[in-house]
Design a protein around this ligand. Sequence first.
Ligand SMILES: Nc1ncnc2c1ncn2[C@@H]1O[C@H](COP(=O)(O)OP(=O)(O)OP(=O)(O)O)[C@@H](O)[C@H]1O
Length: 723
Amino acid sequence: MWRRLLLEGTTCLLQAADPKVLHHRHLSSPCSRLLTQRRPCVLRLRDAGFPLAHGGTRAFKKDANSNAEFPASPITVTEIKQYIRSKDIPFHDGYSCLHVPSIFVQPPARRDAFSLFVDKTTGQFLCKDTLVEGSWEDLQDCLEVMQKEEQDFLSPHVLLGYPESVEEQEDRECELREVQRIWSSAVPLTDVPEDEVQLVKTMFQITKLSNATLKKFGVRLFKPTKSLVFPWFGGPDSSLKGVKLLSAQNTDTEKVIYKEATVPKCSSYYNLFGLPLVSRMDSEVVLTGHELDTLAVSQATGLPSVALPRGVSCLPPILLPYLEQFKQVTLWLGGDIRSWEASKIFSRKLGLRRCSLVRPGEYRPCPVEALAQGKNLSQIVKASIPAAHKSIVSFRQLREDVYGELLNTEQVAGVKWTRFPELNRILKGHRKGELTVFTGPTGSGKTTFISELALDLCTQGVNTLWGSFEINNVRLAKIMLTQFAMQRLEENLEQYDFWADKFEELPLYFMTFHGQQNIKTVLDTMQHAVYLYDINHVIIDNLQFMMGQENLSVDKFAVQDHIIGAFRKFATNSSCHVTLIIHPRKEEDDRELQTASIFGSAKASQEADNVLILQEKKLVTCPGRRSLQVTKNRFDGDVGIFPLDFIKSSLTFSAPIKGKHKLRKVPPTKPENEEAEKGNEVAKEAKENEVAKEAKKKKEEVKKVKAVKANKTMETLQPATGK
Ligand SMILES: Nc1ncnc2c1ncn2[C@@H]1O[C@H](COP(=O)(O)OP(=O)(O)OP(=O)(O)O)[C@@H](O)[C@H]1O
C-alpha cells in the first residue's frame, strides 16, 4: 500500500506494504486492466479507493472493499502491544481492539478518552473522535513522525490518500445529493395520516410496531416507491451519510418478501442502524441482521439494539470499534440456519466470551416475526446460549443442534447451484467448512468449469476468494465476466460497463499471487480474508503451485500431504469451504480418471469431503465431451456422473440439452476408509459400463456421420464441432 504522510506540508513519507487480496472491482475499469499487469501499480490502484466508516471527512473515493490492506507480514496482537508499549503509550485490552488515547486529538482532551481503536487481528486503526483511519503501517508512521518531530499530537489531516479523480468526486457528490433528495422527499411517519400508516404496516407485516418506535428510530416513508427509509447518521456531527430503502412484496405464501436498496451502494454502506440511540453507558446490545428486527427488539425488550448493514452476509471489521463498549452482545441475526452459522462466525470476531447467540427454531423466529407472533422477546434474549463452548460436550448440549439439522435438512445441505441442478442432486449443495478436491486432465477446462461453479455460488451471496496461481487475475476475471454476462463481450464492448457494474457488486476477491507460493503465506492471506470479508469459499488453482517452495529434500508426496492437511484444517477451523484443484497423475490417454488418479498419495481423497473429476472423452474428430463425476460425497454418500455441454461463446458448461443426457447415479462407495480405492470399485464398474455404452453410442454416431458425409458434397466436409 502506498500512503502519503504529510506533516505541515513539508515531511513526505512513502511507504509500500504488500496487499495480497484484490477486490475484483479493481480489475474492472479499463485503466486497472492495464495497471494490474505491474505489481506496484496494483498497490497504488488499491489505495485509490479508501473508505471511511461512519462518514469520515477524507476526500477519498469510498470503497468498502479496498479498506482492508494486508500488512507486509501478518501482525500478531503481541507485536502490536509490544510496539505500543515501546512508545510509552497506555492502552486498554478490549474485545476485538486495543484502545489507546487518540494521537489526533490535542491533549488534555484525549487524556481519559481512549478513542483510537487498533484492530487486534490486522492492526488497522480508527479514531472515533476524528474518524481518521488507516493501516497498522500508517499508525507506526504517525507515531514515528510524532516522536521525531517531538509533537504530542498530529493533525487529523496528516494522512492523505491520493486525490480523487474528477469522475470519482462527481460520483460522490451525486451520491450525497441522491441521499439528501430521498431523505427530504420521504415523509416522517408522524406526518402520514393514520389510516395510511396502518396500510403500510400491514404491507410490511409490522402491525405490532408502534408509531413511537418508528419515530424514535427516525423511519420515514418514501411514497413514490412505497418504501420505508432508514437513515444513516454518522460522524462527529451526526450528519446524514446514507439511506436504506426497504420495499415489501406480498406473496401467495403469506410471507412478505423484502427488497432493499442503499445509497451509497451496499459495498460502501457502513451503517450500524440504531447506534445513535445507544448511550455511552450501555454495556449490553442485541445485534440483529435487519433494521426491522432492531425496531422489534428495542420496542419489546427496551434493550439497546443495532442492525448490521448487510445482514448476515458480513461483519466488516471497521464496525468493530463501535461495538467495543458492550460487555454483553446477543446475536439474534434471523430465524434460519444461515443466520445461525453467521452468528457463530461473527461471535469469533466480536470475542466469544462476551457473545451469546439466539438459536433459530420454531419458537425463535427472527425478532420482527417473533413480535408479530406475540412471543416474549425478552425471554428469547435471556435464553440465548453462550458462544464460547467447551471442548467436551454432552449430547444434552448437542440435542438442539441435532434437532435443528433434522428440522432444516434443505438448509443444512447448503447453497444450491442455479446452473448445475445435477450437482445439487448428487452433492445436495455447497456447505461451509468442507474441502473439495477437483481434478481433470490437463487443459480439459478445470479452471473454466470451477470458475463458473464458484460464480454461481457467488451470485447467491457466497463470499468468494480466488487463489489463481496459474492464470493471472485479469484473465480469470475476464472468464468469469464472460460467464456472468453469458456472452462474448469482445463483440459487444458497448455492454462492457453494464456488465462490469453488476459484476463489481459481487462479493468476489482475488489473491494477488502468481506462480509458486509458500503455503504459509497463502494460508495467512486466506485467514485475513476470512476475517475481513467473511469469505465462505476459497478456490486454489492449483495445489502444484505450492509445492515448489517447500523443502525439496523432503519426499514430494509428504509435502503434498502436509499442504492438503493444512487446507483441511483451515476449512474446518474457519468454517470456510475450500476447493482445491489438483493435477492428475499421468494416465493413459484413453482411460478415464478415478479417485486414485489424483496426483500424490491417497491423502487428498481421504481428507476431502468431496472429490470431483472433470472427465474428458478423447476423440480424434472433435474436442472430447466432458462429464463431471462425483466420486466422493461425505455429506450423504451419493456419487454419480453427468455430462456437461460447453458453450464456447459464454465459456459456460451449464444447460446440457434436456432429455439428451440423464443424470446417472452410481451406488455410494466408502471412500473415507483406507481402502478408498477398493471402495470405489462399484463406482468404477458402473463407470466402465457407462464408458462401454458411450463408446458404442459414439461408434454409431461416427457411422452416421460417415454416412452423411459420404452423401454430401465436398464443401460440407467441415470438421465436427463436437456439439
Ligand atoms: N469443454 C470444453 N471444450 C472445449 N474447450 C474447452 C472446454 N472447456 C474449456 N475449454 C477451453 O480450453 C482452454 C483451457 O481451459 P482451462 O484453462 O479451463 O483448462 P485447465 O484444465 O484448467 O488447464 P490446466 O490443466 O492447464 O490447468 C480454454 O481456452 C477454455 O476456454
